[in-house]
Write a new protein. Structure first.
Length: 158
């Protein structure tokens, strides 16, 4: 005697919906972690641009008769550029504008210069609210909680 039962192949609608839901949940988790990594990458790029600005400022100081005047401006001394290009790069990576010789705040990148010193700070993206990366002529390069440049002639990271 032959078996007359028919074998049904394929998946039910509920099984297919369950697989799609699982794939959706896994995709959301992956996309969230990628967004965090992107912000951390921008913070690293900001820090690197400010490190280059510090090196460029040292070269500018020597070419500018041992003065940091205008190291934050878009200018040159002899054949040496100021640190402006690097500072502008850091500001654009943070998504803010660059201001010169002003009291710092957490919504702009600030660079102050005097004859005897300079300092710059830029808001970070992933580090949290009010976190800034600050560099100055004394060699400081670190994260600050809030702005450390209190007025237009302040050239020291706290």
């Amino acid at each position: 005697m032959k078996n007359t039962k028919s074998v049904r192949g394929g998946f039910t609608l509920i099984e297919l919906l369950l697989v799609v839901a699982i794939i959706g949940i896994l995709s959301a988790i992956i996309l969230a972690s990628l967004s965090s990594s992107k912000s951390k990458g921008k913070d690293g790029a900001i820090e690197e641009a400010l490190l280059h600005a510090r090196s460029q400022a040292s070269l500018f100081y020597l070419a500018n008769s041992n003065s940091y005047n205008n190291v934050c401006a878009n200018t040159t001394a002899g054949n040496v550029r100021s640190a402006y290009v690097n500072l502008q790069d850091a500001a654009s990576k943070s998504g803010v504008s660059l201001v010169r010789n002003a009291a710092g705040n957490t919504t702009t990148a600030t660079c102050n210069d005097t004859a005897l010193g300079w300092a710059a700070e830029v808001p970070l993206k992933a580090a949290g609210a009010n976190q800034m990366w600050c560099v100055d002529d004394s060699g400081k390069s670190r994260m600050e909680n809030g702005s450390s440049l209190s007025n237009s002639s302040d050239v020291t990271c706290n």
